[in-house]
Design a protein around this ligand. Structure first.
Ligand SMILES: Nc1ncnc2c1ncn2[C@@H]1O[C@H](COP(=O)(O)OP(=O)(O)OP(=O)(O)O)[C@@H](O)[C@H]1O
Length: 244
């Protein structure tokens, strides 16, 4: 995926304040990239532009050389709030993710079952969102995003609303899925730890206007203990980058 010279202003005809300025970023196939930066530096806006949910004021995003002009070019999105349909069971919520008209209802349900197994929720397939914890609901949201087998998984603080233990558990799950399914992931987080545990690269964005401040390759082997001195040193480096 190639982001070239992307600038974004909101407001009438894009004349409002510049939120993102001259963003250039290439993400390789199967790469796990995190976007980190202060609140308001444009992380969500950039993710939405990659998802095709927002148009850049200028510049382009290309996936395999094709300009992104809307959703559905191989991007799957998971938001912080798990936006599940409350009247549908976990399995039906996931099955809803399939837009493939050639699949029969029973095929969709069968594949939904497989995806729920992948995210460790087989036993909860017939539960409704209100019967599930926040972590379980977020697993369903991940399964639903995977339903279309997207090449690129875009995740906007997907674990931000979860307690620390569930969050660590889901980080491990996500790495397992990423390794098994060979996805490219662009992941927005406020947590330096989370970015370091997960990513091949951490992109630090600076605010006003949002721009790329640092592009750090994280070459530590996974799993990455948070107490590893190299982990601690990288944490310190990112922390300094964010607070300067
Ligand atoms: N639809 C919109 N209309 C006008 N301004 C917007 C719109 N969406 C975002 N903004 C502004 O763009 C800037 C960047 O917002 P964005 O949500 O992308 O930042 P962020 O880095 O994701 O923030 P956070 O970490 O708090 O989620 C903010 O100043 C925000 O107010």
């Amino acid at each position: 995926m190639q982001i070239s010279n992307v600038t974004k202003s909101f407001g009438a005809a894009g004349h409002g304040p510049t939120v993102l300025q001259n963003i250039d970023l290439t993400v390789r196939e199967n790469e796990f990239v995190s976007l980190v930066g202060r609140s308001g530096c444009g992380k969500t806006t950039l993710l939405n532009i990659i998802a095709g949910l927002e148009r850049p004021t200028s510049g382009t995003v290309e996936i395999h050389g094709r300009e992104v002009r809307g959703p559905g070019q191989g991007q799957g999105v998971v938001f912080q709030q798990h936006a599940l349909f409350p009247w549908m069971t976990a399995r039906k919520n996931v099955a809803f993710g399939f837009r493939d008209k050639s699949l029969s209802k029973s095929d969709k349900e069968e594949r939904a079952r497989e995806l729920l197994q992948l995210v460790g929720l087989s036993a909860a397939a017939d539960k409704y969102p209100r019967e599930m914890s926040g972590g379980m609901q977020q697993r369903v949201a991940i399964a639903r995003a995977l339903a279309l087998d997207p090449e690129i998984l875009l995740m906007d603080e997907p674990f931000g609303a979860l307690d620390e233990l569930t969050r660590i558990e889901l980080q491990q799950e996500l790495l397992r899925i990423w390794e098994a399914r060979k996805k490219t992931v662009v992941f927005v987080t406020h947590s330096i730890n989370e970015a370091l545990v997960l990513s091949d690269r951490v992109i630090l964005l600076a605010p006003h206007p949002g721009r790329i401040e640092r592009d750090l390759a994280i070459s530590l082997p996974r799993p990455r203990p948070r107490t590893d001195p190299r982990f601690v040193a990288l944490h310190e480096e990112i922390w300094k980058g964010l607070s300067s």
